[in-house]
Design a protein around this ligand. Structure first.
Ligand code: SAM
Ligand code: SF4
Length: 314
């Protein structure tokens, strides 16, 4: 359905858990006590929210987290979402570590596309960023997804000044040999990690400074797309801070505890828990209609949303 500014809202990003097997420095605070996973929506609640969203015009769903692959019954959740009448596309965003175990079942359950996070190709830097992960584990996940034949895998790299901005060329070089889309994303200062993120902002325009041979080949959703002259895959630039894409925003988000966020960077939330049937459909359509025109997050400012990314899903 259209929101009050005429934007077609057809994309739901659904966080199925705030729990994660990594704790990336820009996403979660250090320490184990914050990962509860306890108040996460049940499978039935997720299925009912997706059904009601489809009635409101949602056709594409992305399951995210936290790490969706640590959520119990994730395959069953995927199957239920994929079977929902009106849902044409089911995507999943993962850090990749558990993909070797799950990739075949995800494929069978109806997941059509995978986004995998990979911020560094250097084992030490990867460890520093994720605090608990290994580069080898993430790469095994990416190769498992490629072997499974997932179409045009997206590899997401968040740019961090002084941390991984010296690896831009190596990361985009992955597109020379692989039919993958390596996407550079501007880091957003949000939640408890906002101070850390705010001081390390790097604009995605840096990618074009480093690789001026990249050719503009159009856009895919919020990403501007480029290609190396002899590249198999594409390079995507996502600039939530330096160049807002709010005028073409097409999405809503539901956090793992059932709060609907019409805008990532607003503190406005609508509690969907306890609602079902027509009441749920009405709440979702009102939230879509009430989406704000734009967020106010620019370089040097902090998001209006107090939540951490692992609760919202990115
Ligand atoms: N655990 C999965 C993963 O890492 O891919 C899915 C959840 S994660 C919150 C989704 C995406 O949000 C990831 O690509 C991650 O890099 C990105 N993200 C997390 N915090 C961010 C921040 N402060 N700014 C920009 N992107 C962020
Ligand atoms: Fe976990 Fe993804 Fe957040 Fe990293 S970005 S801590 S993998 S939820």
């Amino acid at each position: 359905m259209k929101d009050s500014f005429g934007r077609d809202i057809y994309y739901l990003r659904m966080s199925v858990t705030d729990n994660c097997n990594l704790r990336c420095v820009y996403c979660m605070p250090d320490g184990g006590e914050r990962q509860s996973g306890e108040d996460a929506l049940t499978i039935e609640e997720i299925a009912e929210i997706v059904r009601a969203s489809a009635v409101c015009g949602i056709t594409k769903v992305r399951l995210t987290g936290g790490e969706p692959l640590v959520r119990s019954n994730i395959i069953e959740i995927c199957r239920r979402v994929a079977e929902t009448s009106g849902i044409c596309e089911l995507c999943l965003t993962t850090n990749g570590i558990l993909l070797p175990r799950f990739v075949s079942d995800l494929n069978a359950a109806g997941v059509t596309r995978l986004n995998i996070s990979l911020d560094s190709l250097d084992p030490e830097t990867y460890k520093k960023i994720t605090r608990t992960g290994t580069l080898d584990g993430a790469l095994k996940g990416i190769y498992a997804a490629l072997d499974m034949g997932f179409d045009a895998i997206k590899i997401n790299a968040v740019l961090m000044g002084g941390v991984n901005d010296n690896e831009i060329f190596e990361l985009l070089e992955l597109t020379r040999k692989h039919n993958a889309n390596v996407r550079f994303i501007e880091m957003m200062p949000i939640g408890e990690t906002a101070d850390w993120a705010g001081t390390r902002f790097v604009s995605v325009s840096r990618v074009l400074d480093i690789a001026p041979e990249l050719k503009d080949v159009g856009a895919d959703g919020v990403a501007k797309l480029y290609k190396l002259p002899d590249g198999l895959g594409t390079v995507g630039l996502i600039s939530p801070i330096s160049s807002h894409f709010c005028p073409t925003c097409n999405r809503i988000r539901v956090a793992s505890d059932g709060k609907l966020k019409p805008c990532l960077h607003s503190s406005d939330e609508i509690d969907l828990r306890g609602l079902s049937g027509k009441a749920l459909e009405d709440a979702i359509s009102a939230a879509i209609f009430g989406k704000p025109l734009k967020h106010k997050l620019d370089a040097g400012e902090t998001s209006g949303s107090a939540r951490n990314m692992n609760q919202i899903g990115g």
